[in-house]
Design a protein around this ligand. Structure first.
Ligand SMILES: C[S@@+](CC[C@H](N)C(=O)[O-])C[C@H]1O[C@@H](n2cnc3c(N)ncnc32)[C@H](O)[C@@H]1O
Length: 332
C-alpha cells in the first residue's frame, strides 16, 4: 500500500517530479506522494495548469504560537502570497483553491484581527471568490481564556473561514454530489405536496419546490465537530511515541470539497500537508494527490493514516459515529 522513499509503481503522472530538485517522496501510495519539502519548491516544480484542486490549511497568524511556527499578523499576507501566486499558476482553468483559515485576536486586547479578511481581499485580486464557507466546530474550546472564561466579555470563537477561490468564474463544481438528507418537515412536505405561492419575502415558490431531488442542497455553513480522540492515527502515534499533529482538520471537511469540486482521478495538492488528512481523504475517494510538509515528525505520523488495521472497528466507529451525529444535527 505505502512505499517509503520512492515513487510507488505506476505513479506515471508524477514523472515530471522525478526530474525536479525535490528528490524522491518521503512515501507514496497508489494514488499519491508526500514530500518532505518546502511547499514553494514543490510549487516551482509543478507545471502550469496541472492541478484540479489545492485544498489546504496553512499555519494561521495566531497570537499563541503553534510548535511549527506561525507568521505574525503584520507579516502574514506578505508571507503567504508567494505561495498563492504559484497556486494560481499551477491550477487548471477549471481548478479551485480552498483555504481553511482561522481568525485571530489582536495581542493583549479583546479585539479581533481582520487579517483573514484582508487576505481574502488580496486574494480576490488574483482569483475569483467562488464562495465563502464557514466551518462551525461546536467542540472548539473557549479562548482566549482572559476574554472568554475569566472576564466573560467575549464568546467562544468556533468558526473558521473556508475561502473557495477559483481561477475562472466557472470552476468545476456540482452540488448534486454533496446533497444532504431532507429534514423531517421537508420529507412530510414532499409526501403531502406543496401549493405554489409567494413567500412574505416576495420569492415565488413554484411547484418544483415539492419535487424530490434526492436530498437537500447544503448550506455554506459546514458543521463538523473536531473531536477525534481515539482514531487509529492517534493511537498509532501514542503507541509509537510520535507527537500527533497539533492542528489537524477533519477528514469530513476535505471529503466535502473533494466530492463537490473534483472527479475521481483528479489531482489534488496540499502544500501545508501536516498529518496528511488531505492525502488520506483523497486516497479513499480515489483522487490522485500530492502533499508537502517541512516537519519530519508530522510526516512520520501521517504514514499511519495509510495502514490498514485488521481489527479496528470499535475505536474508529466511535469517532466516526460522533462525527456523523454532528453532521446529522447540522442537516436537520
Ligand atoms: C495548520 S497545519 C496543517 C495541518 C493539516 N491540515 C492536518 O490536518 O494535519 C500547517 C502545516 O504547514 C507546515 N508548513 C509550514 N510552512 C511550510 C512550508 N513552507 N512548506 C510546507 N509545509 C509547511 C507546518 O509544519 C504545519 O504542519
Amino acid at each position: 500500500m505505502l512505499v517509503k522513499n520512492r515513487f510507488a509503481d505506476g505513479l506515471d503522472w508524477a514523472d515530471g517530479l522525478r526530474q525536479s530538485k525535490l528528490g524522491p517522496p518521503a512515501y507514496s501510495t497508489p494514488f499519491g506522494a508526500m514530500f518532505h519539502a518546502d511547499a514553494l519548491d514543490m510549487l516551482h516544480s509543478l507545471p502550469s495548469d496541472s492541478i484540479d484542486l489545492v485544498m489546504t490549511s496553512p499555519p494561521f497568524a495566531l497570537t499563541r504560537k503553534k510548535e511549527y511556527g506561525n507568521e505574525p499578523i503584520e507579516r502574514y499576507i506578505g508571507w503567504l502570497m508567494p505561495f498563492c501566486l504559484e497556486i494560481k499558476r499551477i491550477l487548471k482553468p477549471t481548478g479551485s483553491f480552498v483555504l481553511d483559515i482561522g481568525g485571530s485576536w489582536v495581542p493583549g486586547v479583546p479585539v479581533r484581527s481582520i487579517y483573514h479578511f484582508a487576505l481574502a481581499v488580496k486574494l480576490a485580486e488574483e482569483f475569483h471568490l467562488a464562495q465563502e464557507f464557514y466551518w462551525y466546530n461546536p467542540a472548539r474550546l473557549p479562548s482566549p481564556a482572559e476574554w472568554v472564561t475569566v472576564r466573560r466579555i467575549r464568546v467562544k470563537d468556533s468558526v473558521n473561514m473556508v475561502w473557495w477561490f477559483s481561477k475562472s468564474e466557472y470552476p468545476k463544481a456540482d452540488n448534486k454530489r454533496v446533497l444532504q438528507p431532507y429534514s423531517e418537515s421537508m420529507k412530510s412536505l414532499l409526501k403531502s405536496g406543496y401549493t405554489a405561492k409567494k413567500r412574505p419575502s416576495g420569492h415565488d415558490i413554484s411547484e418544483n419546490f415539492s419535487k424530490d431531488n434526492g436530498g437537500a442542497i447544503p448550506p455554506n455553513l459546514i458543521q463538523i465537530a473536531n473531536t477525534e480522540s481515539n482514531s487509529y492515527y492517534l493511537r498509532a502515534c501514542r503507541e509509537r511515541e510520535i507527537k500527533p499533529h497539533p492542528a489537524r482538520y477533519p477528514e469530513a471537511l476535505v471529503k466535502f470539497f473533494l466530492d463537490f469540486l473534483t472527479d475521481e482521478d483528479d489531482l489534488v495538492y496540499d502544500p501545508f500537508g501536516g498529518s496528511n488528512v488531505t492525502g488520506s481523504a483523497c486516497e479513499s475517494s480515489r483522487r490522485r494527490w500530492l502533499a508537502t510538509e517541512t516537519t519530519r515528525e508530522y510526516i512520520e505520523g501521517s504514514t499511519f493514516r495509510f495502514e490498514t488495521p485488521l481489527f479496528d472497528s470499535q475505536a474508529n466507529n466511535k469517532d466516526s459515529s460522533r462525527q456523523n451525529a454532528a453532521q446529522t444535527r447540522s442537516k436537520s
